[in-house]
Design a protein around this ligand. Sequence first.
Ligand code: PMP
Length: 305
Amino acid sequence: MIEPVGTIWLDGELRSMDQSRASLLTHTMHYGFGVFDGLRSYRQDSGDVMLFRAAEHMERVVRSAEGISIPIAYETEALVEAAQAVLRANDLDDAYVRPLVYVGEPNIIFSHWLNSVHVAVIAFPWTGYSDRNRERGSSAKISPWVRPKALADFFKLKACGHYLLSVTAFSEAQRSGFGQAIFVDEDGAVCEATGENVFVVRDGVVATPPASRSILLGITRDTVLTLARDLGHETAERDLTVDDLLTADEVFTTGTASELLPLPKIEDRTIGDGTMGPVTAAIQRRFNDAVRGREPAYGSWLTKV
Ligand code: PMP
C-alpha cells in the first residue's frame, strides 16, 4: 500500500491533498486522455535528497502532452521545481513522484480543447523493493493482448490511455500466478513489460528491443544501456523474439519504480539457473551506486531537492 501525503502541487501552487479532488466530469477520467510520468528521489549518504534524471522525466511529460495536443502552461524546469517543492513540503527522502496532466471540465464530448487543463505533481514515500526481493526478481507470462506495431510512435508518449492494456495484462498475469506480463506485437517481436522495458543477456551482450517497436523509451532503459557499456559490455537495441527470452542467459526488466528486476521465470521456463545472473547483479549494483550518488561519473543525473 502507498501512504498518502498531505501536500501536492496543482496548477502552480502547493495545496492540501484533501482539498484537491477532481469532478466526475473530468474528461481524462472518461477517455484516458492525459499523460503522466514517474520519477524517484533518493537519500544520499551525505544526507542530501536527490531526484534522479528529473529533467528527462519532466521533458517526457511535456513531450507526451504535446504529442496528443494537450497544451500545458509549464516547461520542464518549472515541473522539476514543482517536484522539489512537493518533496520538501512533505519532508520526503526516498520517494516516488507522479506528475499528471489531465483534462478537466466542463465537457465530456471528445473536443478536449474546450476544457481546462491541469497539471498535478504528487509524491509518495517509496523505498522500492527489499534487497531480497530485488535479488529474487519476478516472473512473467506473455500477454495474450498484442501491442499494435503500427503505433510505435504513439507508444513513445506516456499517455494515460495506453495503460488500459497494461493494467489488463498485468491483472491477468497476476491472476494466473505470475508477477508480470510481457507484450509482443503482431510480428511476435518482444516489446516491453506492462510498465518496464525488457533486457536479455546472452554471452555477455546486453540487448533490448529497439525504438522501432511499440515501446516507451524508458529512462532507466537508457541508464542501463550506459551502465552496461561502462562496465565493458557490448549492448544492442535489436528485435527479440520470445524464444530469445526463453533461451537467454539472463532476462531483466527496467523501470523507475522497480529499477532492475531479474526475471528468472517466463511462462513455465526457468531462465539461466533461475537466480539473478552476474551481469544483472553487476548493473544493479552500479545503478544503486549511481542513484545514491556514490559514483561521481553519474553526478549529472542527480538534481538536489
Ligand atoms: N514501459 C512502460 C510502459 C512504462 O510505463 C515504464 C515506466 N515509466 C517503462 C517502460 C520504463 O520507463 P522508465 O524507465 O522511464 O521508468
